[in-house]
Design a protein around this ligand. Sequence first.
Ligand code: DGL
Length: 263
Amino acid sequence: MTNLQAPIGVFDSGVGGISTLRTLAQALPKENFIFYGDSKNAPYGEKAANTVIALSQQVVDELRKQQVKAIVIACNTATSAAKPALIAANPDIPLLGIEPALKEAVDAGKKHILVMATPLTLSQPKYLAQRDRFSQQALIQSLPCPGLADLIEGGAAQLPAIERLLASLLRPLSDQPIDAVVLGCTHYPFITELIRQKFAPSTAFYTGYEGVANNLKATLAQAQLLRPESHQQQVRFMSSRNTVSELKLYQQLFDHGIEIAHG
Ligand code: DGL
């Protein structure tokens, strides 16, 4: 029988998933969490789908050694490339993921939506089906951002390079009346303000975090895995690049917010 006191595992290719973890930890204050960042193997978004499946399964194995009671893939790339394979290989544990928040933008009545994500996410059948499903309701433009997650992984030191890359990615869109931007990679919220500056002030931004938090709550409730009693929440960090400085960085990003441009 699963221990209700067991933590929830959350993972990403690197620091990106900490942005998701913050929302999850706030939404489920009675639960403990273990975050695993596969920083040694980041970025995932420019690798082959099979490689991402193998890397994600390694992370799931590490989290399962910690006796987690559920796993959240806080990575759009790993969700789109690996979630079905991970579920098939781990049928005995609830496993959920994050996908670009296109539905939220369409439900809010947005008509010209830009989806920024990794090349792998945007090439996967899961995203293409999602895009086609909403294409009657809004004009949807997909913008692969190769290199962006990797630079963000490098932190504030990479800001000049991040600004240059953003400028070249977004320049061709500067005359378009985009009313919503979906940040379809959990690394990108670290630079929300830099991205926001490139768009009209009324442009809405979507991350999908609330959707994952609601999904996690509902999944745990249905599996009768919610921890009933209040206590001091614990959030622990693990990394494939298992250095003191990496773990300290994770803790700092979790404690103090994630905008590296304001860091
Ligand atoms: N943070 C990840 C995502 O949401 C992956 C970025 C990467 O490793 O390329 O897609």
